[in-house]
Design a protein around this ligand. Structure first.
Ligand code: CP3
Length: 445
C-alpha cells in the first residue's frame, strides 16, 4: 500500500518525487512574486524618478534591505552628470535604491537581479592576464604586478584587453585581492608563478597593529582608472572585487600560498578571539576597498573567498560567515549586485547565500541544477565550466558548455562563467568562440 502510494506520487509528477515538486513550485511562485514586485517598482520609479532622491521604505529595496546600516555617507549622483551612479544610503531602516543608468538593463545585471534576459550573460574569471599575448607584452615592459595594479592607465588597458577579443557581458577591474593589504602598509608582493607573498606573516596579537584601516586616499589611483573604464565601457558593467576574509587571512597567516592552510586553521581553531579580531580588521579593509570601487562607478562587486572551501560548514558558519555577512550588509545600501565565489565550496553554497550574496559562484564540482537546491531562494548562480575543459577539442567544449547552460536553466538567474579562473595556457580563440556560443545557444527569441 505504502509502495503504491509513493509510486502514484512519483508518477503524478513525472520522474520527480512529490516533495521536490512542491518545493520547486513554491520557489517558482516566490520568484514570480519577486519579479513582479521589481517590475512594479521599476514602473513606479519611471513615473516618479524624484523618489530616488528620497528614502523609500525597505520593502522596495529587496535583499538590500537586509543590510540597512545607519550612519552611512550620502553619495551624490549629481556629481556625475549624464550618468546615474550609486546613491546607496541607509538611514535607520530606510534604504535608497541605486541606479547605474547605462548598464542597468544589461543582461549581466538583469541576470544578477533574476530578471528575464535576451541571452545568458557570460564573462570569465581571470579573463585578463597571462593567457593573453597582449597582456604578456604590456606587462613585460613594465613594473611588478602590484605596481601595475596601481597605475591607472595600465589598469584601464589591462581591464579592456579581454573585451576587445571576447563578446563578454562584463568587465572585471584589473587588480588583485592583496592590493588593499599593500594599501594599508602590509609588506606583500606578488611573485610571478607563485602568487602573493608576505614579508612578515600575521600570527600574534601584536601583528594586528600592522593592519590599520584603509583610507580611501590610499587607493585613490582606482578612481581615475574606474572613471575612464566606465566611460569606455558604456553599457557593459564593470565588476569590482575584493578577497574574502578567510582567503585574505590565509595569505597573511601562512605568509604565502598554501595547499592545506595549516597555520591558518591552527589559529582559527586555537585562538578564536585573535581569529575574529583579525577577520574584523580584514572585513573593515574589504568594505572600504569595495566602497571606493562602487562609488567610483563599479556596477557590481564580487567577493572572492577562493580558499574557504577547505572548511566544513560548521566551521564556516562560526569562523567566516559573520564577517562575509558584514561585507554584504555594508554594500547592501549601494544596490549593486553582490557576487560571492570560492573554489570547492559545494558544501558551503547555502551558507554563502545566507551571508547575503545576490549571486553565488559555483565551481565545476557541483552541477548548477544541484546548486539551485543548495542556495537560498532569491539567489542567482554563476558558473561553472571546468577551466581545464577549454584545453580539450572544441567539440568537447561545446558539449560541456551546452550542458552547463541547460542545467543553469534551473536557476532563478544564471551567469555563465568558468568554475575558476582562466588557466594561463588557454587559447584565447577558444574563449572567444565560447562567449559567442553561450550567446547563440541561449538566445531567447
Ligand atoms: O581578469 C581578472 O579576473 C582580473 C584580475 C584578477 C587578478 N587577480 C589579476 C592577477 C583577479 C580577479 C584576481 C583575484 C585573485 N588574486 C584571487 C581570487 C581569484 C582566484 O583566482 O581564486 C586570488 C586568490 C589572487 C591571489 C593571486 N594573485 C594569485 C593566486 C596569483 C597567481 C599567481 C601565479 O602567478 O600563478 C596572483 C597574481 C595575479 N593576479 C596575476 C594576475 C593577472 C598574474 C600576475 C602575473 O602577470 O604574473
Amino acid at each position: 500500500m505504502k509502495n503504491e502510494a509513493s509510486q502514484e506520487g512519483t508518477a503524478a509528477s513525472g520522474a520527480e518525487p512529490f516533495g521536490a515538486l512542491a518545493v520547486r513550485r513554491i520557489r517558482a511562485a516566490a520568484r514570480d512574486a519577486v519579479v513582479l514586485l521589481e517590475q512594479l517598482l521599476a514602473a513606479a520609479l519611471a513615473a516618479r524618478p524624484e523618489l530616488l532622491a528620497h528614502p523609500v521604505t525597505s520593502l522596495t529595496a529587496g535583499p538590500a534591505a537586509r543590510g540597512s546600516r545607519p550612519g552611512w555617507t550620502r553619495w551624490s549622483h549629481a556629481a556625475r552628470p549624464g550618468r546615474w551612479i550609486p546613491v546607496g544610503v541607509s538611514r535607520g531602516c530606510e534604504t535608497i535604491i541605486c541606479v547605474t543608468a547605462p548598464t542597468k538593463e544589461s543582461p549581466f545585471l538583469r541576470a544578477c537581479r533574476r530578471q528575464p534576459v535576451p541571452h545568458t550573460p557570460v564573462w570569465f574569471m581571470r579573463q585578463a592576464g597571462r593567457s593573453l599575448p597582449e597582456y604578456r607584452a604590456a606587462r613585460k615592459k613594465r613594473k611588478s604586478m602590484l605596481a601595475a595594479c596601481m597605475t591607472p592607465d595600465l589598469v584601464t588597458e589591462l581591464t579592456l584587453q579581454p573585451l576587445r577579443r571576447y563578446h563578454v557581458d562584463a568587465a572585471i577591474l584589473f587588480s588583485d585581492i592583496v592590493v588593499p593589504l599593500r594599501a594599508v602598509g602590509v609588506d606583500v608582493d606578488i611573485k610571478p608563478g607563485i602568487g602573493p607573498v608576505i614579508g612578515k606573516p600575521v600570527r600574534r596579537e601584536a601583528d594586528l597593529a600592522r593592519l590599520r584601516a584603509l583610507e580611501p586616499s590610499a587607493v585613490s589611483y582606482l578612481v581615475p582608472a574606474i572613471s575612464s573604464l566606465v566611460a569606455e565601457l558604456g553599457s557593459t558593467p564593470l565588476i569590482g572585487f575584493a578577497g574574502g576574509p578567510f582567503t585574505l587571512a590565509s595569505y597573511l597567516v601562512e605568509g604565502g600560498p598554501s595547499k592545506n592552510q595549516e597555520r591558518t586553521k591552527a589559529l582559527m581553531y586555537g585562538d578564536p578571539r585573535l581569529w575574529h579580531a583579525l577577520l574584523t580588521r580584514l572585513t573593515d579593509i574589504t568594505i572600504a576597498f569595495l566602497q571606493v570601487q562602487v562609488s567610483a562607478g563599479a556596477s557590481a562587486v564580487q567577493l572572492f573567498d577562493s580558499w574557504v572551501g577547505t572548511l566544513s560548514p560548521e566551521d564556516y558558519r562560526a569562523a567566516v560567515l559573520p564577517h562575509s555577512k558584514r561585507v554584504f550588509e555594508a554594500l547592501a545600501g549601494t544596490g549593486v549586485p553582490r557576487l560571492h565565489f570560492g573554489v570547492g565550496t559545494g558544501e558551503l553554497l547555502g551558507l554563502m547565500s545566507e551571508a547575503g550574496a545576490d549571486v553565488v559562484g559555483v565551481d565545476w564540482r557541483v552541477s548548477l541544477d544541484e546548486a539551485v537546491r543548495r542556495v537560498e531562494i532569491g539567489t542567482a548562480l554563476q558558473g561553472n565550466l571546468d577551466p581545464a575543459v577549454l584545453l580539450a577539442p572544441w567539440d568537447v567544449v561545446r558539449q560541456r558548455a551546452r550542458d552547463v547552460l541547460s542545467r543553469g536553466r534551473a536557476a532563478e538567474g544564471h551567469i555563465f562563467n568558468l568554475g575558476h579562473g582562466v588557466l594561463p595556457e588557454t587559447d584565447p580563440d577558444t574563449l572567444a568562440r565560447l562567449a559567442d556560443f553561450v550567446h547563440e545557444e541561449s538566445a531567447r527569441g
